[in-house]
Design a protein around this ligand. Structure first.
Ligand code: DGJ
Length: 722
């Protein structure tokens, strides 16, 4: 038996037999296989276990790593099913060889398997990072048959866990109410989490889940697995518990309406499934994903921090003109901001974009609104010492547009069927499977950035689902491939853009948080967390979103009040600022409508945030008191890598007489270090609270905790720890 050590990296095919340990700094997956046998998984968890020990402990799981239809018994669900050219629906995969390669900061384990009867090759990949506890797994299916085969199901990965008091946490939501964590015990039978929007995949449910192995999910303790499917299209995540000793997690592209036709000599690569294991509860899994996103290229921004910006949408909606743009630039510059973003409404010639019923696709400046074009705006921004950004929605077209008049065939549709129209009663989705459409989308970005090299930021929106299933580009017998090829086309365009423009900041927006996923984030710097900017609801939305996504990816903007989306709710500007400060800070209102107090508070908030920003945006997140626990407050904090500095946020989210509020016990600090608390963004007209300037050991802060003064409704505090 050969135990392969991750240090023995080599590009050549290794002689192997038996056990393979896929290891990250603190975790390990144990696989075993013999040439001519099945690939099996025995363990996933803390590093250090051996097959022998697992066997001796009577705890070896010994399940197929990739259960395939035809070989698994009919109790287990298959992760892969292929229909061969001759109609045969079975696979019997046998391992032919094993390779261990170096891949950047990771070791890549590749198992090549072949069907015993038909010429289909399946490679199973495990990528183990050496600096962060993430494993990625995916497969590649190659058709060596003479005719096309059908991929009826093609999951990215499968995980098997010992049955127990296991809980599932998944995100559920809607437009303007994204990412509510739902926690439920895993019970007998099948639980499915799916998305079928076609174009966006994280409004209603999300392709990320956690599995807590030691009972009800806890923030700081308990063995916890996190799984994120790195894909922007439809997905299906399944947790299946059978009358045995196991829970099974399967994750992959949703096969419904996507039974993929694979041509001879073609290889299909499934999206990656990223897995994390932590003994530090949900918080540990979150920190692992955040670190992976920032340090391993899974978030284009990496360790960089995002600019403080003003976005024109909620302040002006479609009411764009040159004067208003310049006035907004003046305002954001006065606040100490760094970037102004002109949102929807700046384009259209024959059809001016005055509302959402027209013009998408006609990416020319509306000279009636901007007579001096974009150059006048980029110049104006430079003169004010700030950067300039612009909104586009590249994958969409309105039926009232010159583009649709020229190329009606570029919209997704089926010949003869009535078009189902989206936003504004006229919106359609472009056919990203068509290389001409891909070029059109690339050229839109390329032309903007070539003609206006001062554009520093693009907000890339996507406001429609695929409601018309059909492509006039794909052949009749390839219509099945639409949902998948749409996203492969989108990725192709994004790769081209990033090759030429690595430095432009691009926001991933989809009617708010409809596209927060690790399929797209390698090409984007951040995402618009939600179209709901009500600060109280944002406490919840940002909480759920932070389970998998880091703070420098989450755009969080101060809004105006009364706020229409939550029935005219009015929240003090201090609370609004403090909530937005816990992510990438921005502002989303008409500054000229602000009161003096609001202006002063925002200026103070921007000033203080500038100092706190590196820790908030790139530090380790510790969620302290959940808003979902109904304790009257929510609290979270960020700590730098050396545990010498931190930022603490506390929000009062409920208010009644004689209300008992919990002590805030901090986390992630050095117990022996001494920290001074300094209150930041102090409310205009008030003095810092009594805790400000006080010194405490990390041990005291973590074990005893502090009473944070929060008297009035919507009270909130931000502290710097040094
Ligand atoms: C939806 C986005 O989420 C908003 O922020 C805004 O950009 C609008 N689209 C513009 O139409």
């Amino acid at each position: 038996m050969l135990a392969v050590c991750a240090l023995l990296l080599s590009a050549k095919v290794l002689a192997w037999e038996g056990q393979v340990s896929v290891t990250t700094p603190n975790t390990q997956m144990l696989l075993h296989a013999w040439e001519g046998g099945d690939l099996r998984v025995a363990y996933y968890g803390t590093k250090g276990a051996t097959l022998e020990e697992l066997r001796n402990a009577g705890d070896e799981l010994n399940a197929s790593a990739l259960p395939v239809f035809g070989t698994v018994d009919m109790v287990q669900l298959p992760a892969l099913q292929v229909q061969h050219a001759d109609g045969d629906l079975n696979l019997e995969l046998r391992v032919k060889n094993y390779e261990l390669r170096k891949d950047g900061n990771a070791a890549l384990h590749v198992f090549t398997m072949e069907d015993r009867l038909q010429p289909v090759t399946v490679k199973v990949y495990y990528k183990a990072y050496s600096r962060v506890d993430i494993l990625e797994t995916w497969t590649e299916i190659t058709n060596n048959e003479k005719k096309p085969i059908l991929l009826k199901r093609y999951d990215s990965g499968h995980l098997v866990l010992r049955q127990g008091d296991v809980w599932l946490t998944h995100m559920h939501g809607d437009w303007a109410a994204e990412a509510e964590p739902v926690m439920e015990p895993v019970t007998a039978g099948l639980k499915t989490i799916r998305n079928t929007d076609g174009a966006r995949n994280s409004h209603l449910d999300a392709p990320e889940v956690m599995l807590s192995l030691d009972g009800k999910p806890q923030e700081q303790t308990g063995r916890t697995i996190g799984a994120a499917l790195c894909w922007s299209g439809n997905y299906e995540l399944r947790v299946n518990t059978v009358m045995r000793r196991e829970h099974h997690l399967y994750a992959g592209i949703d096969p419904q309406s996507s039974e993929y036709v694979l041509d001879p000599k073609q290889t299909f690569q499934t999206p990656h499934l990223a897995l994390a294991f932590s003994t530090e509860g949900m918080g540990g899994v979150s920190r692992t994903f955040h670190r992976w996103a920032r340090t391993e290229g899974m978030l284009h921004r990496g360790m960089k921090v995002g600019d403080m910006l003003l976005n024109s949408w909620e302040g002006l909606y479609f009411d764009i003109d040159e004067g208003r743009m310049k006035a907004m630039m003046d305002d954001i510059a006065k606040f100490g901001g760094e970037l102004f973003v002109m949102d929807d409404g700046w384009f259209g010639d024959k059809y001016p974009r005055n509302n959402d019923t027209s013009s998408l696709g006609d990416w020319v400046v509306d000279k009636r609104k901007l007579p001096n074009g974009l150059k006048a705006l980029t110049d104006a921004a430079r003169e004010r010492g700030i950067k300039f950004g612009i909104w586009i929605e590249p994958e969409a077209v309105n039926t009232r547009s010159e583009l649709f008049e020229r190329h009606p065939e570029w919209a997704l549709q089926t010949k003869g069927r009535e078009l189902r129209l989206g936003r504004g009663g006229t919106q359609l989705v472009l056919d990203m499977t068509n290389p001409k459409v891909q070029d059109f989308v690339f050229n839109l970005v390329d032309t903007l950035l070539t003609n206006y090299p001062d554009i520093a930021y693009i907000k890339w929106d996507a406001n429609a689902s695929i409601q018309n299933y059909g492509s006039l580009y794909l052949p009749k017998d390839r219509q099945n491939n639409l949902y998948v090829d749409y996203h492969l086309g989108l990725l192709n365009v994004l790769q081209r853009i990033r090759q030429k423009y690595p430095d432009v900041v691009i926001q991933d927006c989809a009617s708010g948080g409809g596209r927060a996923n690790y399929g797209l984030l390698p090409y984007f710097d951040e995402f618009w967390t939600s179209d709901n900017t009500d600060a109280l609801q944002r406490v919840y939305i940002q909480w759920g979103t932070s389970l998998f996504f880091p703070a420098n990816a989450m755009a969080c903007h101060i809004n105006h009040c009364p706020y229409w989306n939550t029935g005219g709710r009015v929240i003090p500007v201090k609370f609004r600022c403090d909530v937005a400060m816990s992510g990438r800070l921005g502002i989303e209102l008409q500054p000229k409508d602000m009161t003096d107090e609001e202006r002063q508070q925002c200026t103070r908030c921007f000033q203080d945030y500038k100092q706190l920003r590196p820790i908030v945006q790139t530090g380790d997140l510790y969620r302290l008191v959940s808003p979902y626990d109904r304790k009257g407050v929510a609290s979270l904090m960020y700590v730098d890598e050396g545990r010498t500095q931190g930022t603490l946020f506390v929000y009062k989210i409920d208010n009644y007489y004689n209300q008992p509020l919990p002590r805030i016990r901090l986390a992630g600090l050095d117990p022996d270090a001494t920290y001074t608390l300094t209150e930041k963004n102090v409310r205009v007209g008030q003095q810092p609270c009594s805790l400000s300037g006080k010194r405490f050991t990390g041990r005291f802060l973590m074990e005893v905790g502090i009473e944070v003064p929060l008297r009035e409704e919507y009270a909130s505090r931000v502290f710097e720890l040094k």
